[in-house]
Write a protein that binds this ligand. Structure first.
Ligand SMILES: [Zn+2]
Ligand SMILES: [Zn+2]
Length: 145
């Protein structure tokens, strides 16, 4: 997971509600988590914006928040997860490495260890590793030329 040391120098502050879009400036409270303007969103709020790309914080892959914030958001997402949601996410992101939503799903899997999903996930992960290896082998000779 792309958290921690690698991007340390690029860490950014969270964007408080009411300062991110024209629309949110008109609202007194966040429709997603209920905080007042200029307060930070509740961890895991689906309407929080990413300070780097200004897209939805839970769905982008920037991971620019300090690790402590990312972990709190991850924990909040994990609490809102279910077997159905996790299974759905695995279809679009087999290794769950994209962003905070996937981190939360990963935490949910580790917390619950559902047998049916663990087997399926092992299979997906193995397949993905094989594909990465195969890509690596294909790319390597062409870089040599
Ligand atoms: Zn919110
Ligand atoms: Zn982003």
């Amino acid at each position: 997971m792309a958290t921690g040391k690698v991007k340390k120098e690029m860490k950014m502050k969270r964007i408080p509600f009411g300062t991110e879009t024209e629309l949110s400036r008109l609202l007194e409270h966040c429709p997603g988590c209920g905080v007042s303007r200029r307060q930070e969103h509740e961890y895991g709020c689906p309407l929080e914006c990413c300070p780097s790309c200004h897209g939805c914080l839970l769905h982008c892959d920037c991971l620019v928040l300090p690790l402590v914030d990312e972990m709190k958001i991850t924990a909040a997402i994990a609490r809102s997860m279910s077997l159905g949601k996790v299974t759905q996410l695995l279809k679009s992101s087999p290794l769950l490495e994209r962003g905070l939503l996937e981190n939360g799903a990963m935490k949910w899997i580790m917390d619950h260890q559902p047998v049916e999903l663990m087997q399926e996930w092992d299979r997906i992960a193995e397949q993905a590793i094989v594909e990465i290896k195969r890509d690596g082998l294909e790319i390597y000779p062409s870089q040599e030329l």
